[in-house]
Design a protein around this ligand. Sequence first.
Ligand SMILES: [Zn+2]
Length: 173
Amino acid sequence: MTTNQELALTIFGAVTAVGVLSSLAVYLMIAMAWQEYRARRDRPEAGEAERPAGAQLIRRAIACKCPRCGRGAILKSWVAMNPVCPACGVTLWKNDGEWMGPAVIGFVAAIGAALYAWAILVYFDFSETTQVVVPCAAALVAAIGVMPWSHSLWTMFLFITNEGAVASAPGKP
Ligand SMILES: [Zn+2]
């Protein structure tokens, strides 16, 4: 194994380790929010439609649909969100610092993609120019590529934690 290949494997391992640790932290954060969400959901006055179950929330997030009703689209375009759900009218975007969550998700995706791409290029001994250009392109593609899902996952998270505007839902649809 060449020095470059060792270096590449080290980068690969380090990025994976950081990724696993971050996922664990995110998992714990969601698990804590989830417990509170469950407690609120189990109250008799909370309607089924207003507090959907976990699997349903995840399906809706992947489909980029409103976490509350599952019918309205979260996104106006690839990069912009609907401020309110077109189907049930719940506020999806309140605009005070809410861009932070999706921005962080996009940033992490971009860094991860760039480092993985770089490790692969180093492993196969590509030229230095390639080692700069391809990771940059990978970062850009990843950052833009995850946009719809960074928005929908973040909206789902706000919905669970009840911190975001989604909590201040008007009456049932
Ligand atoms: Zn809705």
